[in-house]
Structure formats: structure tokens, C-alpha cells
Design a protein around this ligand. Structure first.
Ligand code: UD1
Ligand code: CA
Length: 474
């Protein structure tokens, strides 16, 4: 095995996520605004984990508890350390909040901004590699930069006559000439942790915003004779920051386009109108599935092959098999649909509803925490909640499982090959046996035995149950 010539120091990541995000004009902290259905800060945190750092430090402050909760949701089980920045005095002050953890640590620290969500871990890995290779691993700081056609709003990179890094100047503090520079600071850096904190002590807030800028640190390091280098990246999209809602909407469109185009070109998925389809990055769609306009596929939805999802439907964390048709305007959340099923139009599946292979749910039917068995049907105007339904059963139009008594939820169990008549009320808890039937308009308050036919309000047996007639010994 060939040994790497440079011994790499342990790696930590620090994410800045304490800011207010004034330019969002929102009551919600900026890093909690969602892109691709997940908070901005979660994107950055997920990318950070791909670097396999020893620890991820997250600087929280504004709406700290909510940010913490969001991050923990994403980084469940990872080594995360939250540090609090009491007052939002600038990015330099934010990093300083982690001083006690990192100032004496002989490690490499990658600093990320919670509002730069598109950065890829491959780019960060290349940044870290550049940092370690430059000056035999003695580099104090590597800055990720990019050239933008419109650099407005970003900190600009000022290079000296030798083309080497000189300093970063914020837009608000820049001269007209400096503003002409189109090389910008991405807000992403790689530091020698000890050197970073030593230079950070010298940062002052004598600038137009009265803030402690992290961007002053590289020049301070350079002035102290340390090696500071630039890692210029080619992909401008990756480093786009979100400061206002227009930038957020731009990124959302970018992500959506990327997902839909990938599914068309690599996944063999048909989109009738690709500009009008919304597919989250964590969703999967199989080959030869057709997606109509205005369909939203969100969360971790899985759709098999040969399916058709008609206009106006929304699927959130749904698991859909092969050859399924979801007709117009359905809402399907946290539910499962087996191969060959048909859903809708205008159906609602939620709360871990399961449709087994070949079953059918028609218009104005709601399924909640209900399992509809193989080839069973609920075709019209029905509510099935907390229920299990066997195979080959037909649920008549207007059937309702009365599952709630005002205090508790109760279950309904319906067997195989049952015929539930139109407008039947199943007052739970109640069980209907295999091959049983209910008459139209029945209110079923007692269990119905196998093969039994019940009718009326409350429903009484018209044809005796197989088991009861067996018992009578006739
Ligand atoms: C920053 C950089 C700028 C760079 C740009 C890239 C500074 C001074 N400027 O500007 O050079 O081009 O990012 O996107 O660093 N934050 C805190 N605490 C604070 C202030 C900010 O945690 O007191 C966090 C914010 O939540 C945010 C990140 O730091 O995630 C960046 O802050 P922001 O105010 O957006 O900096 P920019 O003005 O965009
Ligand atoms: Ca920003």
C-alpha cells in the first residue's frame, strides 16, 4: 500500500446557522425555510456528513430550539455538537461561539454556511484535499471561490499583483473598482482550527455593518505570514446562497428541473409537461411511468414502473408498486399502493393506508390506517378508518366505518368476499365474517358471522351465519 505523503489531520465541520435572515422578511429563521421539502440547514448538514467528519458543530442562535430540532431530524445518530451564539454579531462572532471546543484542536475545520444549500460533498472533499496538499499541509486557510456573471451581494476576492489571495471585501465595504471583480467568496472555507481561532481574536467590527466578519480572517492570517490559498470552483450554481425569497425560488426551480430531467434522461420516466412537475430529490420513479402536469411527488416517495399519475395529484412519502393508476386530484400521504391498483379520481389515502395488489379505490373515498385486501374495491363515497378488509370484498357506495366514539378510535374488521351494501354504517368495534353481506342502509352495531346477511337499523340477521347454523346442529 502506498502511503499518503501528507498526514491528514482529523476533520471537523462547522455550520453557521444562527443568523436572523432579515432579508427573507419572515418570522421563520432563514435556515429553516425549505428547499426541496427540507430546511436549508438540513441540506448543508447532510452534505457535511458525507465528509465523514469527527464531529459536526452547528452554531445556533435565532430560533435555536427549532433549528436544533430540524438538524437532529436530519442527523439522527451522528456526532453533532450545538454551540450557541447569544447575539448575532456577524459570521466571525458565530465561529467564535465554538472557540472552547476547537481552539486547541489540531484539526482541519471546514466552515459551511447554513444558507448555501447546493454545495456537493465531492466539491468539499476536493477543497479539503487542496487544503492538505498546499504547502505540505501547513496551510492556514483555503477559500472556496467562484466567478459569477453577476456577483452582486457577495464578498469579493481581492488578489494581489502576483495573482495570489490578498483579502476578501464585502459588497457593502467595497470600492467601485473592487465591485467589478467577479470572483466571489462562497462562504465556504477550510481552516487549520488553531490558526483560525488565533486570528479570529484580532477581528474587529469597524466596517459598514458593524459586524465581526469571518471574511477578515484570511487576510489576518496572510499578514501573519501564514499560507492562505484559493480553491476556485467551476460550478456557480452550487455556491448560490439564499438571502431572500427570490433566490430561494430560483434554487427550487433549479432542483426541480434537475430532478425531472434526470428522471426523463436516466430513469425513462415520461413527463407530459416537465416544467409543471414537482419531484423531490429523495423520490424514486420507475421506468415507463407517466406523470401528468401539476403532480407533486414529495418526501421519500417510491413509484414503480408502468404507472400513470394523472393531473393534480400529490404523493407524499408514498410507496407505489408497478402498473398503478392514480387518477386525477388524489392526495396520498404515508401510504402504500400495491401492483395494479387504481386510485381516484379525488381519493385520499393517509396514515399508513395500504392497498393490496389489484385493489381499487374510487372517487371521494378516504382510507386512513386501513388495509384494503387483494382485488377488493371501495369505489364510491366511502370512509374507511382503522379497518382491515380481506380479499375480493366489495364495499358499497357511501359506506362509513364509524370508528370514533368521541373519545377513542375503534377497529373494523371485514373478511374475504364480503358484500357491504350501499350506505352501510359499520359502528366500530365490529367484525364482519367471510362471505357475509349487509343490506343497503344497514347500521351494523354487532359482529356479523361468516356467510350471514344483516339488514336494518340496527342491523339484524336475515340469513343466519354459517357458524351459528353449524352450532344449531341442523
Ligand atoms: C457571507 C460572506 C460573504 C459571502 C457570502 C456567501 C461574511 C461577512 N460574508 O455574506 O463574503 O460572499 O456569505 O454566501 O461572512 N450567521 C450566523 N451568525 C451571525 C451572522 C450570520 O450564524 O451573526 C450565519 C447565517 O445564519 C448564515 C451564514 O452565517 O447561514 C451567512 O450569513 P449571511 O448574513 O447570510 O452572510 P452574507 O451576507 O450572505
Ligand atoms: Ca448569505
Amino acid at each position: 500500500m502506498s502511503e499518503s505523503p501528507i498526514e491528514q489531520k482529523p476533520l471537523n465541520v462547522l455550520v453557521l446557522a444562527a443568523g436572523l435572515g432579515t432579508r427573507m422578511r419572515s418570522d421563520l429563521a432563514k435556515v429553516l425555510h425549505e428547499l426541496d421539502g427540507r430546511p436549508l440547514v438540513n441540506h448543508v448538514c447532510r452534505t457535511a456528513t458525507a465528509l465523514a467528519p469527527e464531529s459536526i458543530y452547528i452554531v445556533i442562535g435565532h430560533q435555536a430550539e427549532d433549528v436544533k430540532e430540524a438538524v437532529l431530524h436530519e442527523l439522527d445518530g451522528q456526532k453533532v455538537v450545538f454551540v450557541t451564539q447569544e447575539q448575532q454579531l456577524g459570521t466571525g462572532d458565530a465561529v467564535n461561539a465554538a472557540r472552547s471546543f476547537l481552539e486547541n484542536s489540531d484539526s482541519t475545520l471546514v466552515v459551511l454556511s447554513g444558507d448555501v444549500p447546493m454545495i456537493r460533498h465531492e466539491t468539499l472533499a476536493a477543497l479539503v484535499q487542496h487544503h492538505h496538499r498546499f504547502r505540505d499541509g501547513e496551510t492556514a486557510c483555503t477559500i472556496l471561490t467562484v466567478r459569477l456573471s453577476d456577483p452582486t451581494g457577495y464578498g469579493r476576492i481581492v488578489r494581489g499583483g502576483d495573482g495570489e489571495f490578498e483579502r476578501i471585501v464585502e459588497q457593502k465595504d467595497a470600492t467601485e473598482e473592487e465591485r467589478q471583480t467577479n470572483e466571489i467568496n462562497a462562504g465556504i472555507y477550510c481552516f487549520d482550527a488553531r490558526k483560525l481561532f488565533s486570528a479570529l481574536s484580532a477581528v474587529k467590527n469597524n466596517n459598514s455593518q458593524g459586524e465581526y466578519y469571518l471574511t477578515d480572517v484570511p487576510a489576518l492570517l496572510k499578514d501573519a505570514g501564514e499560507a492562505v490559498t484559493i480553491f476556485q470552483h467551476g460550478d456557480a450554481q452550487e455556491i448560490e446562497g439564499v438571502n431572500n425569497r427570490a433566490q430561494l425560488a430560483d434554487l427550487e426551480r433549479t432542483v426541480r428541473r434537475r430532478n425531472v430531467w434526470r428522471l426523463m434522461l436516466e430513469g425513462g420516466v415520461t413527463f407530459i409537461d416537465p416544467k409543471n412537475a414537482y419531484v423531490s430529490s429523495d423520490s424514486v420513479i420507475g421506468r415507463d411511468t407517466t406523470i401528468y402536469p401539476n403532480v407533486f411527488i414529495e418526501g421519500t416517495t417510491r413509484i414503480g414502473s408502468g404507472c400513470v399519475i394523472r393531473p393534480g395529484s400529490r404523493l407524499v412519502n408514498a410507496a407505489v408498486g408497478d402498473n398503478v393508476e392514480v387518477r386525477d386530484n388524489c392526495l396520498i400521504t404515508d401510504s402504500e399502493i400495491g401492483d395494479g391498483c387504481t386510485v381516484g379520481p379525488m381519493a385520499h389515502l393517509r396514515g399508513k393506508a395500504v392497498m393490496v395488489e389489484g385493489s381499487k379505490v374510487g372517487n371521494f373515498v378516504e382510507l386512513k390506517k386501513t388495509r384494503l385486501g387483494k382485488r377488493s374495491k371501495a369505489s364510491h363515497l366511502t370512509y374507511l378508518g382503522d379497518a382491515t378488509i380481506g380479499e375480493g370484498t366489495n364495499i358499497g357506495a357511501g359506506t362509513i366505518t364509524c370508528n370514533y366514539d368521541g373519545k377513542n378510535k375503534h377497529e373494523t374488521h371485514i373478511g374475504d368476499r364480503v358484500k357491504i351494501g350501499s350506505d352501510t354504517m359499520l359502528v366500530a368495534p365490529v367484525t364482519v365474517g367471510d362471505d357475509a353481506a349487509t343490506g343497503a342502509g344497514s347500521v351494523v352495531t354487532k359482529n356479523v358471522g361468516p356467510g350471514e346477511l344483516v339488514v336494518g337499523v340496527p342491523a339484524v340477521a336475515l340469513k343466519k351465519s354459517r357458524s351459528r347454523s353449524d352450532e344449531s346442529g341442523s
